[in-house]
Design a protein around this ligand. Sequence first.
Ligand SMILES: [Zn+2]
Length: 418
Amino acid sequence: MNIYEKKIIKEVENHKNSLIEFTRDLIKIPSENPPGNEKECQIFLAKKLKELGFDIDLFSPDDVKELFLHPFYKHPKTYIDRPNLVGSLHGEKETQYNSLILNGHVDVTKIENPDRWTHDPFGGEIDKGRIWGRGASDMKSGLASMIFAIHSILYAGFELEGNLYIESVVDEEGGGNGTLSTLLKGYTADAAIVTEPTNLNIMTSCRGGGTFRITVTGLSAHPSVKWRGVDPIEKMVKIYKSLEKCEKQRHEKGKKNILYRDLEISTPINIGYFSGGPSFKVTPSEATVGGWFEWLPDEEVSNVCNEISKSVEEVTKDDSWLKNNPPKIEFFREFGTYSPAYEINPRSPIVKELKHSYTEIFSKKPMVGGTGPCDARYFPLVSGIPAVIFGPGELYSCHGVDEFVDIENLVNATKILA
Ligand SMILES: [Zn+2]
């Protein structure tokens, strides 16, 4: 580590308490999505960026007309009182040096089981070396670490040579229109880092994902003579089992990709809902499952859809009812949502820089891998910008009860980004 780097790292240490308090304050401002009440957090963040000398742009994705025509635009929706925030800090030699975007989303998922939390979801409590609360991991700690990285550089007395953009976007959890609209508004750079939770691993790729739905028709009957009907739920259980088998087979293939080999399931197929008949006292006439499946960047999506369809056909061919009443399978093309996969060149300068910074802090090599779908995909796919996902949170702590971030990870992420 050279003397300049040492000076910056010392400033991160000096401002460690402010970083922790800033993260806690951000967690204490709810920004659940739905409904998407991100505005108060955005005003809080804009104030901090303004103090650091950033030019502030608070704008609604609604004001970016290109958004609604873009193929990646998700669902017709409006963003009244849901501003994106982009802070721009212009470098002294902006035309000669590379520029960087640091991106994070400020919306958090809804609290589903408040009774099961042992910490106040909006309390920002500190316990066992962790900060607890909704968004602690996904991803208010990521936003805080990127802001305190530049905070430390400026407090160490340095100025940037290239441009830096700090983006706090809305509606990542709702599909990604926030980040998409920043790119379409013209905020581009030579590279981007998205500080989603990766437990300080460096992710150079993310999987694609899409929705699917399977409907099985049965024959309705009175429950006292249920043998006169055909129970579609029983058929669907067989299909469920077949999908599990398909997931296992896909994992065996997927783990050959070195970026995904360490995952328990390299390409998940998740059933999100299972619905059957209308009431207690009837053999239902229909059953439906809906779910989400993921694929690797080197896979053709239509082949993956075929694999899922085939696993349903496996059940159909051995069932006389299903042979005559084949299940209906729909993919995201017909309904629902879809996120394309991406991977960038692992030798990109931004990957090299992050790896170097990690090694300087930890004196060991970082883990480089791939992760699930997130906003990072838009940077390479829409604007050709190499994007890396790197942040202090942990994926397994997200979206559930008792979300947390390790304070040590928060501080180390800030040092590495600085
Ligand atoms: Zn996230």
